[in-house]
Design a protein around this ligand. Structure first.
Ligand code: FAD
Ligand code: MEZ
Length: 586
């Protein structure tokens, strides 16, 4: 019998046998009993922060995720959108195992050694004494470019810096890379791509620019928006050159044409991009370290960047020197205190964000005198599954769903901008709405099957049946009116100008949605070269930033698809300029 099957069989036996569990009550002692500590660890014992050896050991005995995939499970954690992450992200050796999926979901899944006691978390409060001691001790290593945060902006920066000839290290505080980027569902906006040309879509850099500015209520930094628009097609091409598939196109709210690019086949864009970037980083031999939180940016006496203090899960506090640091730490959509401070009216809202979105980069940059732009602008996404943290992608409306209130009546153009749609929902009875669609949409959008799988959809064989199940008494009339507008190509009720589908093919579906925190538009002030600016708007020598940690690009309201575009366009600019700066200083 292969060890992987033997071990999983043993784990199941142990779960069902109290005596066995009492003997080895954690994963580590179970392995030690079978063999020795060397089942998992090196001798002499040295555990890197990324737990690289330990994870290789897991896979050598148990198989990789593809081998562990089990299609009999209702939810298979080994085939989730988290991709190929460390086994120890969930199965910690000496600590209570924790299903990473449950950061957002509430899956009830029995895990081996679930009875293990939880230990004190390594990544609690930042310890200022230890930070200072690490600085006093001096750097333990030196590189050219340090990238902080391994989401899309961080990976793009690290890959670009490495390709420009710099020695790079990419630090990620979580046990896995991906951040909010791996949750992106809709797509990446770009203008002038071969995909648009193939579909006969006329688009212009000026239109992209105008749509983003209008969506942002003209509070965006036009110089940043211009670069985003001009470089967007190059961003898609770059992702494709790294192995991504961006062949599908759809329209997002606030955009005048279809310019949101996504993988063909209906897969979500974020997991696909992160998977591509992870592989591209491995192929380029980039040093990516997880379980490594940056807690300080260190400056020289002349205020130029000297490096960072990293708090590693196993290595503790150390200073790493570099002439360039790129902040790519994402937003603060999961930091309750920051939301309560900057946007008190949103403090009780749910959030679509990953638990990693804690605003660290903003705190790190502020502490050393960086300026902030639009820091209090927080976007509510109108369609987060009610009472959940699961985003119902804008794609669902883009592809054809209608949005109705609890009586089943439409109340707004479904393709309006997010701020308008969110405000309109909050004015409805009970402050929630339903998205309604039919089987045609399900056939087009694989992600909708995912919502069904999660038990989020109500279903009826007729519109009348769906109306009865959901209590939306006016839904049949609304659907019949909408079908007439769709056939005529003119929405007399709300002026929706893109109605790709009607509501005619059973079964019919509805999902309850409500606004929730989605994107923090404000953040660190940057110029067009991704230099971080200080309070006097001077460049901070050696400090760069890209992605959701920055402010200025999106103004007061971001358009769907512009954040991933931001992470690729400005991630690359930050990486290239960080490499240039560091190499010139050598
Ligand atoms: P992130 O991807 O969040 O990465 C930041 C990383 O930094 C994280 O991994 C974090 O752990 C790490 N980090 C933080 N602090 C530290 C520290 N102190 N030390 C070390 N590491 C640190 N946008 C679109 O354009 N299209 C979409 O379809 C789309 N869909 C979305 C769906 C969802 C559910 C969500 C939440 C967002 C979506 N967005 C979308 C927005 C977009 O995904 C994010 O704005 C974007 O991915 C942010 O990328 P980033 O690289 O800046 O940050
Ligand atoms: O850009 C986004 O946040 C986006 C497209 C989200 C979504 O609804 O899919």
């Amino acid at each position: 019998m292969k060890l992987k099957y033997l071990v999983s069989a043993m784990a199941v036996m142990m779960l069902s046998s109290g005596a066995a569990v009492a003997k080895s009550d954690n994963l580590a002692s179970f392995h030690a009993e079978m063999d020795s500590c060397q089942s998992c660890h090196t001798k002499p014992l040295k555990v890197s922060d990324s737990e690289t050896h330990e994870n290789a050991q897991c896979k050598s005995c148990h198989g990789d995720y593809a081998e562990l995939a089990n299609d009999k499970l209702h939810f298979d954690p080994h085939t989730s959108h988290l991709g190929d992450i460390n086994c120890t992200s969930c199965h910690s050796g000496h600590d209570k195992p924790q299903l990473t999926c449950n950061n957002c979901h509430n899956f009830e899944m029995e895990m081996p050694f679930a009875e293990t006691k939880a230990k004190k978390k390594w990544d609690g409060a930042w310890d200022q004494d230890k930070i200072q001691k690490a600085i006093d001790k001096g750097p333990v290593e030196t590189v050219d470019v340090i990238v902080v945060g391994a989401g899309s902006a961080g990976f793009n920066a690290a890959i670009s810096a490495k390709m420009a000839g710099a020695k790079v290290v990419l630090f990620e505080k979580a046990a896995y890379t991906g951040g909010n980027s791996m949750l992106a569902a809709g797509g990446i906006n770009a203008v002038g791509t071969p995909q648009q040309k193939k579909k006969g879509i006329e688009d212009k850099v000026e239109w992209y620019f105008e749509d983003a500015m209008k969506g942002g209520r003209y509070k965006n930094d036009p110089k940043l928006v211009q670069i985003l628009a001009e470089e967007s097609a190059g961003a898609v091409k770059w992702l494709e050159s790294l192995g991504a598939n961006m062949n599908d196109l759809k329209r997002s709210g606030g955009a005048r044409v279809e310019r949101t690019h996504r993988p063909s086949g209906g897969a979500s864009v974020g997991p696909h991009i992160i998977d591509t970037l992870r592989k591209a980083a491995v192929e380029r031999d980039i040093d990516v370290r997880v379980n490594s939180r940056i807690e300080k940016i260190v400056l020289n006496d002349d205020k130029s960047v000297a490096g960072v203090v990293v708090h590693g899960r196993h290595s503790g506090y150390n200073m790493v020197a570099a002439d360039s640091v790129v902040l790519a730490t994402g937003g603060y959509g999961m930091n309750k205190e920051m939301i309560a401070y900057y946007r008190p009216t949103m403090k009780d809202m749910t959030s679509s964000n990953n638990v990693t979105a804690t605003g660290d980069g903003i705190l790190l940059a502020k502490e050393i005198g960086a300026s902030m732009t639009d820091i209090d602008w927080v976007q509510a996404h109108p369609t987060i599954g009610k009472d959940s943290r699961i985003l119902i992608s804008e794609t669902v409306r883009g592809v054809g769903a209608i949005m109705v209130n609890t009586d089943g009546e439409r109340f707004i153009d479904e393709l309006t901008t997010r701020d308008r749609a969110s405000d309109a929902i909050l004015k409805q009875k009970d402050q929630y709405a339903w998205l309604v669609f039919d089987e045609q949409l399900v056939a087009k959008k694989k992600m909708v099957r995912g919502y069904d799988h999660l038990g989020m959809l109500s279903k009826g064989n007729t519109i009348e049946e769906l109306a009865k199940i959901t209590g939306m008494s006016k839904l049949p009339k609304t659907a019949s009116d909408y079908n007439k507008y769709q056939a005529a190509g003119k929405d007399d009720a709300f002026g929706r100008d893109d109605m790709p589908l009607n509501l005619t093919k059973p079964p019919f579906y509805a999902v309850k949605v409500a606004p929730g925190i989605h994107h923090t538009m404000g953040g660190v002030a940057v110029d067009t070269d991704a230099n971080v600016l200080n309070l006097q708007s001077w460049k901070m020598s050696g400090l760069f930033a890209a992605g959701e940690v920055t402010g200025g690009l999106h103004g007061f309201n971001r358009l769907g698809g512009n954040a991933i575009a931001d992470t690729v366009v400005f991630g690359r600019i930050a990486g290239e300029n960080a490499a240039k700066h560091a190499l010139e200083k050598k």
